[in-house]
Design a protein around this ligand. Structure first.
Ligand code: SF4
Length: 132
């Protein structure tokens, strides 16, 4: 993704998106996120709404300590074609014998695990959000 304008809000939106991605399926409470980023509830909500409109995150209303807030979760974990081309399975000599319950399995493959972690970390390092 590309950042066309270098505004403070664009950078904040990218940072919010990155932190939501890092929270994974578990998600993160927006109130905690705004505290961490020193954002007012109004500014934070505006950014969250913007990311939600772009279908990058989803917001779920939850009751936390007697107060309503939102849990923010990523809609999906993006992956690029380049990342797929780097997958170890493409040139793996064991691919014909590799299946979920086999002796060779993607469930236990350390090469696959390293690739997933590496691509995920690269993605997080380069996350920026386009103008809404
Ligand atoms: S999961 Fe591992 S063993 Fe299986 S095809 Fe991919 S790289 Fe090879």
């Amino acid at each position: 993704m590309k950042l066309p304008r270098n505004s403070k809000e664009d950078k904040l939106a990218s940072l919010v998106y990155k932190l939501v991605l890092e929270s994974g399926e578990k998600g993160v409470l927006q109130s905690e996120l705004w505290k961490k980023l020193n954002l007012t509830s109004r500014d934070g909500s505006r950014i969250a709404t913007r990311l939600e409109k772009r279908k990058l995150i989803k917001r779920e209303k939850v009751l936390e300590d007697g107060r309503w807030t939102y849990l923010l979760r990523p809609v999906s974990m993006p992956i690029s074609v380049k990342a797929i081309m780097r997958a170890p399975c493409i040139n793996c000599p064991f691919i014909a014998k590799c299946y979920p319950d086999g002796q060779v399995s993607p469930r236990t493959c350390t090469k696959l695990e390293r690739w997933v972690i590496s691509e995920y970390e690269s993605f997080l390092a380069g996350v920026v959000v386009d103008e809404a």
